[in-house]
Design a protein around this ligand. Structure first.
Ligand code: SF4
Length: 451
């Protein structure tokens, strides 16, 4: 049955609006969380997670950075003093102890990720100390098929860092490149020569890292189509196994560092779409396959596992300030401010301050968003079958909004199947946002990190 025509509402998503929508690596986003959920609900969810025996992943948030990049939305702790990390590592250890009490010690950690901030802000000794603590508190897998990933700022890492990380058990790297155009780099206060990335890629290959991802960002100040394509061609020539194309979100009222960026230097949304179109074409020609969620992978990077992992729903335990945990039907978050995180642990309490319990409606909307962002289509029959209900009837309201994209040529309806057109791919986050029930909720300050 065709969805009704879209009704005008405050939630209507303007498909050509200037600021990008969330990227929806997970739904609901942290905007759905409120302070009605705290440590007790988290403890219960950890224990229920044992009974369900789902795979368990760990995310560790390391909030320190040596320099402030103007475009940043993470509000890291900016300092050159490595000793500040010591107190943080001991709080992380307390958090591990509190969580471990509720986890079955037999559960193995097959996926670990360190994000930030800049995880490589830690000294080599501090990194070793953190792995030792994680290993002592949890059961870290040691076989080749585990996925231990660390985010790296190439300005703060060298071949010795990679050798140390490999010895600690990491087998996946994610390098922040953003854009290689010096004009763009100056505009975001992040000067980073191409040679830094090349040196790390060479060493990563020599050491046998199974996967190296490079992150690029579209929509940065002073970015032009030609400049971005030049960056992309240099990056493709480096042949990383994975590439991610993220979108810059300009919100200087929320992120004070962005006030250093002149609005006049930002590329127009239409120019950003032209860059994205050109990038998609070049990546396809170079043999990269879309993995979903703005990520691309080359065939050599264990493609089948990568595709499966992109859909896998492990239980995720987040450690550290701002960290998010997702345990099936419960999502929780730690404080956004370092002082509040440390104070809770100094009182001997789990630092959970906000959360959200997923409803059937959340899960249905999440399934629709995942199909749109990963497969570029929406199959309501398949969703209905998976949930045992009439998905078209349940999702009538967001489908009415999505229908507003049809006259613009962004999506085509074919019975219960909606197909995203090549133009629609360039605005996939906006199409997905039609299913976001929390789009108008206030966003946490600063943003919770992806986990
Ligand atoms: S963009 Fe990355 S390196 Fe730069 S300040 Fe933000 S978290 Fe730190």
């Amino acid at each position: 049955m065709p969805a009704p025509a879209p009704a005008a509402s405050g939630h209507d998503v303007p498909f050509a609006a200037a600021s990008p929508s969330p990227a929806y690596a997970a739904y609901p986003t942290p905007r759905a969380m409120d302070d009605g959920i705290g440590p007790e609900a988290y403890r219960q969810a950890l224990e229920q997670s044992n009974a369900a025996a789902r795979p368990l992943s760990l995310y560790v948030h390391l909030p320190f950075c040596q320099h402030a990049c103007f475009h940043c939305t993470r509000r890291p702790v900016t300092t050159a003093d490595r000793r500040l990390a010591e107190a943080y590592l001991s709080r992380l250890d307390r958090e591990m102890v509190l969580i471990r009490r509720h986890l079955d010690p037999g559960r193995e950690i097959r996926a670990l990720r360190w994000g930030g901030g800049t995880p490589t802000f830690l000294t080599l000794d501090q990194m070793g100390d953190l792995i030792d603590r994680l290993d002592a508190r949890f059961r870290l897998a040691a076989d080749r098929d585990r996925e231990y990933l660390i985010e790296i700022d190439p300005r703060g890492a060298d071949v010795f860092t990679l050798r140390h990380l490999e010895a600690l058990g990491f087998n996946r790297l994610s390098l922040e490149v953003l854009d290689l155009d010096p004009e763009v780099q100056r505009a975001i206060n992040r000067e980073q020569g191409r040679g830094m990335t090349e040196q790390l890629l060479d060493e990563a290959e020599r050491l046998g890292f199974g996967s190296v991802n490079l992150n690029l960002v579209l929509g940065l100040p002073r970015q032009t189509r030609d400049g971005f394509i030049a960056t992309l061609e240099q990056v493709i020539a480096m042949a990383p196994s994975r590439l991610s194309l993220f979108h810059y979100r300009h919100a200087p009222e929320r992120f004070p560092g962005q006030r250093q960026i002149r609005s006049a230097d930002l590329p127009a949304p239409r120019e950003v779409r032209v860059m994205l179109q050109a990038a998609i074409e070049r990546l396809a020609a170079a043999g990269y396959v879309h993995l979903g969620h703005d990520r691309y992978v080359r065939g050599g990077d264990r493609l089948v596992q990568a595709l499966a992992a992109g859909r896998r729903r492990d239980d995720l335990v987040g450690l550290g300030v701002m960290a998010v945990s997702r345990l099936d039907a419960l999502h929780v978050r730690n404080p956004l401010r370092l002082a509040a995180y440390e104070a809770a642990l100094d009182r001997g309490e789990l630092p959970t301050v906000a959360g959200h319990r997923l409803s059937l409606d959340d899960r249905l909307r999440g399934a629709a968003i995942e199909q749109l962002t990963c497969d570029h289509h929406l199959d309501l029959s398949a969703i209905g079958e998976a949930f045992g209900l009439d998905a078209e009837a349940h999702l009538a309201e967001p489908l009415a909004r999505l229908a507003g994209a049809e006259p613009q040529g962004l999506i085509v309806r074919e019975g219960p199947r909606w197909r995203v057109t090549p133009s629609g791919r360039l605005m996939i986050h906006r199409l997905a946002a039609t299913f976001d029930a929390y789009l108008d909720a206030p966003s946490p300050q600063p943003e919770a990190p992806p986990s």
